[in-house]
Structure formats: structure tokens, C-alpha cells
Design a protein around this ligand. Structure first.
Ligand code: SF4
Length: 268
């Protein structure tokens, strides 16, 4: 993987320093990015180019705002009083590392997460899981909750949709699940509902694929939105998903019913 990354990363890019992170933006109080009320750190850089991505400006490497561990730690911990106190297994809040793709900067995240753990902060990661097993093993020890996006099950369609194949992602998902043991409910799977692309047949296939997971908490349906279109036009001069419409409420509910048929807990 690292050779692959070196090929992809532009010369001079500092995406992998341990001492500094490159951050796209920070949202102080978010309600949709993990359990409870959360501070979300959107890390800069992602190797995928998902056609539906609404944060495409967070994907180029070597951009973003540079933070040291102490600087970012102070920014995160200053929100601690808003998160409230977790009680009886109900998580009231914490920090979520999102992106971009946070595992590209996993060395930094591991170090800052260790520091946050001293303050008993609940830590979530929102990832596409395109990383190495070695990094997964180290992250698994410190990350409390994993939000994992499954973009497409078919490898060639995945390549067309995101620019990369999914073999590594599928392997990593089950590898991570095994590392966790059983019944921890530390995995949330997310997928984007795109009419005519994520068809009912596809959702059935996804449900069957997810059933063997031993640590699944919930499946989250993310209705496709074109809000990121202007960012694509600015960066690349075109938006390939012009023809894709946003799903109706009924289509989202139908997707939920399919997941429920396979005894999967779902949300949207
Ligand atoms: S993995 Fe996430 S951040 Fe990267 S291109 Fe896809 S949707 Fe965007």
C-alpha cells in the first residue's frame, strides 16, 4: 500500500507527517457524525474520487490547514463541556475524525487520540477503509466507534464510481470485525442511496454481505444529495452525476425495509 500511496501522492505533499496534520475544516458541534453531540475534524486528503462526494474539496493532498498535535488537541478539548457525560452505555458525544480520508494521517490520529483518551474522550472515525492491515490494528486499539462507507460491492463498478477497486476494503472490513471480537456494536456501515444505482436488488445483496459482521451496530442510509456539485465544477470543471436525482422519502423508507428484512438495524 505504501508504494501505491507514494506513487499517488504529489511530490512535496506532507500528508503523512506524524507531528502535523492537514485539516480541511472543523465543525464544533455536529449531530450526524457519530453517537451524540460531536466535534468533527475533517482531515484533508483522500485517494478516492467518488462521483457522489459532496466534500470533494477535502480530497486533494498537500492542501488544508496545518495543525500540530497540541494545537488541534486544544481546539478539540475546548468543546468538552458541550459533549455532556456518557452514562449507562449511552455515549453523549466526543470527537469524530472524518475527511477526506482520516486513515491517510493515521500516525497523527493515533498520537492525538492517545492524548484525548487521557481525558476519557469518545473517539469515532469516519473512513472508507482503504488502508493497510497494520494501520487498522493500531487504530482499532484506540478508536471507539467506526463509521465505514461501503461505496459499491462489485469491484469494477467500485473502480468506476470511486477511481479505486474495493478488494482491500472488503478484506479490511472483515479483518477489523475479527479484531474487535464479538457483539461490541462498534461498527456503523454507511452507504449512499442513489436512485437507479443502489437498486433494491443491490440493497438485498448489501444486506446479505453485511449479515456475517459480528460487531455491527447499525446501517445508515445516506440519501444522495447534489449539494457538492459546485465544488466539482470549481475543481474539475464538470460534475459527472448530473443525471442522478435525489431519492424520495419513500425510496429511503423502502431501502430501510429491505435491511430490516435481514434483521439489520438501520437509520437515515
Ligand atoms: S471516500 Fe469520502 S472523501 Fe473520499 S472521495 Fe469518497 S466520499 Fe469523498
Amino acid at each position: 500500500l505504501d508504494n501505491y500511496l507514494i506513487e499517488k501522492v504529489k511530490p512535496g505533499c506532507n500528508a503523512f507527517t506524524k507531528e502535523h496534520a492537514f485539516v480541511h475544516s472543523i465543525e464544533s458541534l455536529a449531530t450526524l457524525d457519530g453517537p451524540g453531540l460531536r466535534t468533527v475534524v475533517f482531515m484533508q486528503g483522500c485517494l478516492m474520487r467518488c462521483k457522489f462526494c459532496h466534500n470533494i474539496d477535502s480530497t486533494p493532498l498537500g492542501k488544508g490547514i496545518k495543525y500540530s498535535i497540541d494545537e488541534l488537541y486544544e481546539k478539540i478539548i475546548s468543546n468538552k463541556s458541550y459533549w455532556g457525560e456518557s452514562k449507562g452505555g449511552i455515549v453523549s458525544g466526543g470527537v469524530t475524525f472524518s475527511g477526506g480520508e482520516p486513515t491517510l494521517q493515521s500516525e497523527f490520529i493515533i498520537d492525538i487520540a492517545e492524548k484525548l483518551k487521557e481525558e476519557d474522550v469518545h473517539i469515532t472515525i469516519d473512513t472508507n477503509l482503504f488502508t493497510s492491515k497494520e494501520k487498522l490494528e493500531r487504530l482499532e486499539k484506540i478508536i471507539d466507534y467506526w463509521m465505514i462507507s461501503i461505496k459499491e460491492l462489485d469491484n469494477s463498478k467500485h473502480k468506476d464510481l470511486t477511481g479505486l477497486g474495493n478488494k482491500r476494503i472488503v478484506e479490511n472490513l472483515f479483518y477489523l470485525d475479527n479484531l474487535m471480537g464479538e457483539g461490541t456494536k462498534r461498527i456503523r456501515i454507511r452507504f449512499v442511496l442513489m436512485p437507479e444505482i443502489t437498486t433494491p436488488e443491490y440493497i438485498e445483496r448489501l444486506a446479505k454481505f453485511l449479515q456475517p459482521l459480528k460487531n455491527l451496530d447499525v446501517v445508515e442510509i445516506l440519501p444522495y444529495t447534489s449539494i457538492g456539485k459546485h465544488k466539482w465544477i470549481e475543481l474539475f470543471g464538470k460534475y459527472e452525476f448530473e443525471h442522478v436525482r435525489e431519492p424520495s422519502r419513500g425510496e429511503v423508507e423502502d431501502a430501510g425495509r429491505i435491511l430490516a428484512k435481514y434483521n439489520l438495524r438501520y437509520k437515515y
